[in-house]
Design a protein around this ligand. Structure first.
Ligand SMILES: [Zn+2]
Length: 314
């Protein structure tokens, strides 16, 4: 008979949906459920998360002893306030404190890309690796670092915030009008180049007509030169951005998650494209190991449910 604390309650707070899961210790999902995010409304967001936890408790008959929550951005370890979230209505708010009040039980927050990295290192694509860097390529772009089964958050909770570093090796000719301003206030962030909306925007800026990333991919598969060029440049830009991570961390495995990671053949193309960006001589044997997230879109919420498995504060 398992105790309540052995079941992992996880919540993934996204910009358009909130997902919840209850996991057994061996990773079986007792329930997984999605609801729409009340956009631009902080109080309703708190209430929606509390309602979702209550719903899962009723459905499973298992009380949540504690809850892990993955969020865009992160909570400052100094102030407890959320910052850097592209769901900007949670920025500046004491989310952990307010959720603890609403749910009357312990809450642990973590960045959503950190949750992806944790999930994939525990029982996902990188379960055989000690050093894992996971990236989310979706509506936003983020990164998370797990070493020996633990999330590395850093002194200020900023480790892995790879999406808000300027894209390296960007020639001026690729930036007519200058680097684009990011929601974070900086210019030319990796997120402004590599997110799904950024790719479709680059395609339209070059004269293409597509509303969605899938349309660009379909045009490329039909052999349209413009779409092929935009996607080839995306692979090259991503390779430069990941090459930078190799030179700083050199992880054993990169995990690719988020909707953009489903581009056909992405991992295979990247493995060779990263090579010229790595600080190594041509005779060195460099095998960049990139793998798609095993748990797909559910990896974030599964990682959130595992936040309490780590023995140190995050
Ligand atoms: Zn930014």
């Amino acid at each position: 008979m398992l105790t309540q604390a052995e079941y992992g309650y996880g919540i993934d707070l996204g910009g358009t949906k909130i997902e919840g899961v209850v996991l057994t210790p061996d990773g079986e999902e007792l329930i997984r459920h999605r609801i729409p995010t009340p956009r631009e409304d902080y109080t309703a967001t708190i209430r929606a998360i509390a309602d979702l936890v209550g719903f899962m408790e009723r459905e499973t008959g298992i009380a949540a002893a504690r809850v892990g929550v993955g969020i865009p951005g992160s909570a400052s370890p100094r102030t407890g306030l959320v910052r850097n979230a592209n769901s900007t209505w949670i920025n500046g708010r004491p989310l952990e404190h307010d959720l603890r009040d609403a749910l009357a039980r312990p809450i642990r927050l973590a960045n959503d890309a950190n949750c992806l990295a944790l999930s994939e290192s525990i029982d996902g694509a990188a379960c055989d690796a000690d050093t894992v860097f996971a990236v989310i390529l979706g509506t936003g772009v983020g990164g998370g670092l797990v070493v020996n089964g633990r999330i590395i958050t850093g002194a200020h909770g900023l480790a892995g915030e790879w999406g808000h570093v300027p894209l390296p090796n960007m020639p001026d000719s690729h930036m007519p009008g200058g680097a684009r301003r990011c929601f974070c206030g900086r210019r030319g962030c990796i997120e402004t180049w590599l997110s799904g909306p950024a790719i479709t925007r680059q395609y339209r800026d070059a004269g293409g007509r597509a509303a969605r990333l899938q349309d660009v991919v379909a045009a490329s598969q039909r052999g349209e030169a413009l779409a092929r060029d935009v996607l080839a440049r995306f692979v090259e830009n991503l390779a430069g951005a990941l090459g930078m991570i190799v030179n700083i961390i050199d992880p054993e495995v990169f995990v690719l998650g988020g909707g953009v990671s489903n581009l056909p053949g992405l991992a295979e193309r990247l493995a060779s494209a990263i090579r010229p960006h790595v600080f190594a001589s041509p005779s060195d044997r460099i095998d960049i190991d990139l793998r798609l997230a095993r748990w797909g879109d559910s990896s974030g919420v599964r990682g959130a449910a595992r936040l309490w498995d780590m023995t140190h504060d995050i």
